[in-house]
Design a protein around this ligand. Structure first.
Ligand code: ACO
Length: 390
């Protein structure tokens, strides 16, 4: 017999908020995203001012502790970060088990899993959950360890040897050193440092919310980060910076933009790097990253790339009124630095791990299990057929 499927709107149940759009799930003191004023504050500081003046390590401290570090605090964090820079044998062995065709996000997710298992070895699940202070301590070690994983992954895929870290370089310069094995130009270090700061934190986005959901069950910080990496991999979230470069490669040059866009829009394609769930009048981070991209275009002499960038932006904004998000300028910036396209989202992880873990600590400090309701729209109760009927 046919079963009746209740309509999702039936009954006097609460409204379903698809995608949790517009739902305020909790309070946070970490960042303020304000689409009205088009601004983003980390612990009260405008992100563009932090990007212009601070090393990424200081912003990591700010997100975890609530204030910018003193000179001694910054030195302390830098010491921990340096201590964990080298790729450890267990992580290297785990990565080497994966095919070189594995996506770098899968490589990174695996690496964090190995690091997490080592961190809490011998502890029960309850002991592993830890308190916010211990979470921040573990997070600083993880923050130090991630660049080697990203750098080794790209080198492995290119058939190159591992490059050991250099203690005389700060986080960003050492990251580039371990990836490319050459000392990076200051303009490149500066653009990279800015990108890290801009990517570090953005309130309750999908991956951060994922990390908070995992934390809310009293799981540990590495489990939360593994889950967040999974959420960030998708092209509607972090994966968009990769997709921007794929789009550029498909279009080829600035003069091909109008024709390409005609076809793309006719087939209802989403143009990656444009649009945002919260910002509807432009992403507050874009002008800062675009300025950094401009310095790279000049440094590498790639006016052609800038022309394609400008042409697609102008044409798409004019036709759809949808503005670029941070992934639009960061994709080409990472491309110019010579990162392979699939490495872009792992770079986002290396930055966002600071925001994720700040949220893990904040969730731990005032936890409530995150467990929403659903409205059932499947078949009404029915009898399992007897053997004779089936
Ligand atoms: N290209 C084409 N059309 C778009 C785009 C886009 N990039 N973004 C939104 N639209 C259109 C939708 O098709 C939809 O049109 P319709 O009402 O005619 O169906 C309308 O604008 C509303 O879009 P939604 O997807 O419903 O809005 P939502 O708030 O859910 O979308 C999202 C936000 C997912 C980011 C979307 O803009 C998108 O898919 N963009 C491309 C992926 C991307 O760049 N993601 C990066 C996000 S930022 C970050 O992670 C740093």
């Amino acid at each position: 017999t046919a079963s009746t499927i209740p309509s999702p709107d039936s009954g006097d149940q609460p409204e379903v908020r698809k995608g949790l759009a517009g739902v305020v799930a909790d309070v946070t003191a970490i960042s303020k995203v304000d689409p009205e004023t088009n601004s983003l504050l980390y612990r009260g500081y405008p992100v563009q001012d932090l990007a212009a003046t601070q090393p990424f390590e200081a912003v990591a401290w700010l997100l975890w502790h609530g204030d910018l570090p003193t000179a001694d605090e910054l030195a302390g964090l830098r010491a921990v970060e340096r201590e964990h820079r080298a790729l450890t044998d267990d992580v290297r062995a785990a990565i080497d088990l994966l095919p070189t065709s594995a996506h770098p996000m899968d490589e990174l997710r695996t690496a964090v899993s190995v690091i997490g298992a080592r961190e809490v070895a011998g502890l029960s699940a309850l002991e592993a959950a830890a308190d916010p202070d211990e979470t921040v301590a573990r997070s600083a070690r993880l923050f130090g360890a991630l660049p080697a994983v990203v750098a080794y992954g790209q080198r492995r895929r290119r058939g190159l040897e591992l490059v050991e870290p250099r203690d005389d370089l700060d986080f960003s310069a050492n990251f580039l050193w371990m990836t490319f094995g050459t000392e990076p130009a200051p303009v490149v270090v500066d653009a990279f440092n800015r990108s890290m700061i801009l990517y570090a934190e953005h309130s309750f986005n999908a991956s951060t919310f994922t990390a908070r959901v995992v934390t809310s069950t009293l799981s540990d910080v590495h489990s939360a980060v593994v889950a967040a990496i999974g959420a960030l991999k998708g092209p509607l979230h972090g994966g968009a910076n990769e997709a921007v470069m794929d789009t550029f490669a498909e279009i080829g040059s600035a003069d091909a933009v109008p024709g390409w866009l005609d076809d793309a829009l006719a087939s209802k394609r989403k143009i990656m790097g444009f649009g945002h769930r919260v910002y509807k009048r432009g992403d507050s981070r874009v002008p800062t990253m675009k300025a950094a991209l401009d310095t790279l275009v000049e440094h590498y002499g790639r006016a052609d790339l800038a022309a394609l960038y400008d042409a697609l932006e102008a044409e798409f904004v004019e036709r759809k009124g949808i503005y670029p998000n941070l992934d639009y300028p960061s994709g080409p910036a990472y491309h110019l630095m010579d990162f392979d396209t699939p490495t872009f989202t792992p770079l986002f992880v290396a930055a966002r791990v600071t925001g994720w873990t700040a949220h893990v600590a904040e969730q731990q400090a005032a936890n409530a299990l995150i467990r929403p309701l659903s409205r059932y729209v499947g078949p009404e109760r029915r009898e399992v057929p007897t053997a004779a009927e089936s």
